[in-house]
Design a protein. Structure first.
Length: 283
């Protein structure tokens, strides 16, 4: 009497446990391949490349007069936080908005979706080059800002890194959400303006928040750019919006609270994209 080999699975039995790791192993090359293709397209698009590279390099010089005019740590902290928010807006948000709209209009997203790659892999691969460029350019901006703005070394590096990483991640679903109401790449120059204006206000650059009503200040505190600015301010200079030093357990409390706001925006944005993102051109 012969017995069935141990590797054979009975009909209707669950798949072997090794199938899940194997599936993840197959997904990674797809994501890397799609990301490499997106990076090639980014390098070929001169307008997007200029926006992603030259604009961030100019930002420290644009905010230098603001920092020196104030002459206070609070003014310097405000300029520093706004500087990084503006960089994320141009490197990640605007570039990805244009990329997603262009890929959708050319039916690239629709074709990729019919392949083996998951929806998350298709959309995530498009975001990878912009996020990598953002990481490099933020490091360059920080290196430029140290002597230019006469900054000390970061006081709480973890808060600084968490703020910038979560801030960059939040820009991805915001770009996808804006792409839903954007018909063409040219229209992206208009549809991006309301959100960019709100985020710049949230960073504290466009309006002097100290003269605004308390309810307005509290509301602005929940705009994604506000916790980014707060974490940059505390992470680099170790002070809050009033200029008071933040130390010890207060740093961790602030880090947890501001990170929670960014994570909530990230979760809300990802949920919206999973339910409502348009994969085909609007009729």
């Amino acid at each position: 009497m012969t017995t069935a080999p141990l590797s054979a699975a009975a009909p209707g039995s669950p798949a072997p446990a090794s199938s899940a790791p194997a599936t993840r192993t197959r997904r990674m090359p797809r994501l890397v391949g799609l990301a490499r293709a997106e990076l090639t397209l980014l390098l070929r698009n001169r307008m997007q490349l200029v926006t992603a590279l030259l604009m961030p390099l100019a930002v420290p010089f644009l905010f230098l007069p603001m920092a020196r005019r104030g002459g206070t740590p609070e003014a310097l902290a405000a300029a520093l936080g706004t500087m990084f928010v503006v960089a994320l807006l141009f490197i990640v948000y605007y570039n990805l908005l244009s990329a997603y709209v262009a890929r959708r209009q050319d039916l690239v997203l629709k074709r990729l979706r019919t392949g083996e790659a998951s929806d998350a892999a298709v959309l995530g691969a498009t975001a990878v080059p912009a996020l990598l460029v953002a990481a490099v350019m933020i490091l360059v901006m920080g290196a430029i800002s140290l002597p230019l703005l006469e900054l000390p070394l970061p006081q709480h590096p973890l808060a600084l890194v968490v703020g910038l990483v979560l801030g960059a991640a939040v820009m991805v679903p915001l770009a996808l959400m804006t792409a839903n109401i954007t018909r063409t790449v040219e229209a992206a120059q208009v549809t991006c303006l309301p959100l960019m204006a709100v985020l710049v206000i949230g960073a504290g650059a466009a309006l002097p928040l100290e003269i605004m009503p308390d309810w307005f200040v509290r509301l602005i505190g929940f705009v994604p750019s506000a916790p980014i600015t707060e974490l940059v301010r505390v992470g680099w200079l170790g002070i809050d919006a009033t200029g008071a030093a933040v130390t010890g357990a207060d740093v961790w409390t602030l880090l947890a609270g501001q990170s929670a706001i960014l994570l909530a925006w990230l979760a809300l944005g990802l949920w919206f994209v999973s339910q409502h993102f348009r994969w085909e051109p609007r009729g």
